[in-house]
Design a protein around this ligand. Sequence first.
Ligand SMILES: Cc1cc2nc3c(=O)[nH]c(=O)nc-3n(C[C@H](O)[C@H](O)[C@H](O)COP(=O)(O)OP(=O)(O)OC[C@H]3O[C@@H](n4cnc5c(N)ncnc54)[C@H](O)[C@@H]3O)c2cc1C
Length: 446
Amino acid sequence: MKTIVLGAGIIGISTAWHLLSRGHEVVVIDRQSDAALETSFANAGQISVSYCEPWANREAPLKALKWMFDSQAPLLFRPQLDWQQWRWALQFLGQCNDKAFARNVQQIVALGAYSHSALKQMVAETGIQYHRLERGIAHFYSSAQAFDEAGEAVDIMRQHGVQRQLVSRDELLRIEPAFTPYRDQIFGGTFTPSDESGDARAFTQQLAALCAARGAQFLYGHDIVRFDHGSDEIHGVTVRPLRDDGPGPEQTLTADAYVVACGSYSAPLLRTVGVDLPIYPGKGYSATFRILKPDAAPFVSCIDDARKIAMSRFGDELRVAGTIELGGFDLSLDSPIARARCRMLSERIETILPGVCDTRSPEQGGNPQYWCGLRPATPTNIPFIGHTGVGKLWVNAGHGTLGWTHGAGSGKAMAALVCGERPDMQFGFLGQERDAAAWQQRPLEV
Ligand SMILES: Cc1cc2nc3c(=O)[nH]c(=O)nc-3n(C[C@H](O)[C@H](O)[C@H](O)COP(=O)(O)OP(=O)(O)OC[C@H]3O[C@@H](n4cnc5c(N)ncnc54)[C@H](O)[C@@H]3O)c2cc1C
């Protein structure tokens, strides 16, 4: 069977890998010159099976309203003249209640556990090196109120089989002593030893190379122009090479199955064939700093609750990332808001870990690597994995804040679905949402 995978981010490449494992002939198409050059390029690196609460909760609407005029706020809604944005926001509001929250957490945890086990298996099988650190994820709180509320989150996650622990300030500093200079501002934390971290780009690019070695054909530097379709089935996908002197001639490729894994761009592409999914870009930023004092830099991947930013160590660099901006497909790094958000990342690291990294701006002689990417966000935080209802057309997109965490498992599940199998997890695959609750899954190991 021949399958064309559209998109070479973590989701597309993982899908390709698992399809190859099942004996498929695979073609991967991407407009970039390599894998993982868009949203999978410089994320926070956390495999956060346990830190996976959806954005939509009962307090989110009020917080979002309060943050609308703060350029450094964790979540920023920037209203656009775009029906898709407003529709997405309304659907998001519909998820801001306790019942929806519990339902969404259950599915996200199920996919996370399945994915973590898939990742471990892939690493064991391939030996890919990607600055993996199996040191857990710690979350620290800088206010008494936030720490009290953390207890509630821990209880909810424990109900879903996640072993997240509430820890005192002293325990937190024993787990990660690097935060000792910031100790007076820390009220306490939570810790999940089973979570981990690593560089998503390094992993994805090496996996893509292994896919190529297994016979996958890669059409990099090719733009997906359109699907050729009849009334109920896809007949082909038309692509064209992107060259320095403009686009080259179009060609149409055919296959037995087509998997859309184009991140945030999946939604507009799928709409051209009548598949309307609420996936909207949630812009986030990261900064990668050179570590100046290796002994004083954290090894445990962390979340700073006050700013909702995550940090992970990749060898002699520290990656810090976070914030969400709902304002369309804008990828600029030089707008006033983008500059404010990047500055916030540098200032925050200097506050928490003074002198540990080179946080100087380029004007001051430093070399921080600032980056932004568009998280393919859904109102529930649950990705769309499954058949679209159009013949031969599948989707694996909408992984939002957790695409790296869910990448290995989403690819494995997609390959199983394309082969007509039901992956073993209590998850609402697209078109089979009602099956999720009835599915008897083996106990989670999170
Ligand atoms: C700041 C930030 C921090 C994050 N931190 C974490 C984290 O710590 N842990 C975690 O689990 N997740 C994290 N994420 C989320 C994670 O990075 C994403 O969910 C994931 O990268 C999405 O992968 P993807 O393959 O769906 O999309 P992408 O990586 O964007 O891949 C889609 C591909 O499709 C291609 N494409 C799109 N349209 C076309 C077209 N028309 N023609 C040809 N090619 C096309 C693109 O070139 C791209 O390569 C973070 C995201 C951000 C922005």
